[in-house]
Write a protein that binds this ligand. Structure first.
Ligand SMILES: [Zn+2]
Length: 103
């Protein structure tokens, strides 16, 4: 099995708004694939596992890469349960939420 050296997620959370029962709107985070989020023109993203900030990579047709996201902060990748650096760590560390979660 090939191990990808680059972190790539294809699922993220996007910020949406919904009608509050008491009136007005409230934000909430919805899990979507990155491809869906791009189709829907979502602009606010975060990691579904650690709530950390993400960097968005749109599809580049020439090399066929699918749209994906990566952690913006290395510290998130080191402790996120789906972070590349976390998965590579051999010290038995515990995963945790981002120290700079997106709200
Ligand atoms: Zn994460």
């Amino acid at each position: 099995m090939a191990v990808t050296e680059r972190e790539q997620f294809h699922v993220c959370q996007v910020k949406r708004r919904r009608v509050r029962a008491t009136g007005g709107y409230e934000p909430f985070w919805k899990v979507k694939t990155v491809a869906e989020a791009l189709e829907d023109s979502d602009t606010e993203f975060r990691c579904k596992d650690c709530a950390g900030a993400l960097k968005l990579f749109k599809r580049r047709v020439e090399n066929g890469a699918t749209p994906h996201v990566e952690h913006k902060l290395k510290g998130d990748s080191e402790y996120c349960p789906s972070g590349l650096h976390f998965l590579k760590a051999t010290d038995g560390r515990e995963p945790r939420i981002s120290q700079f979660p997106v709200r």
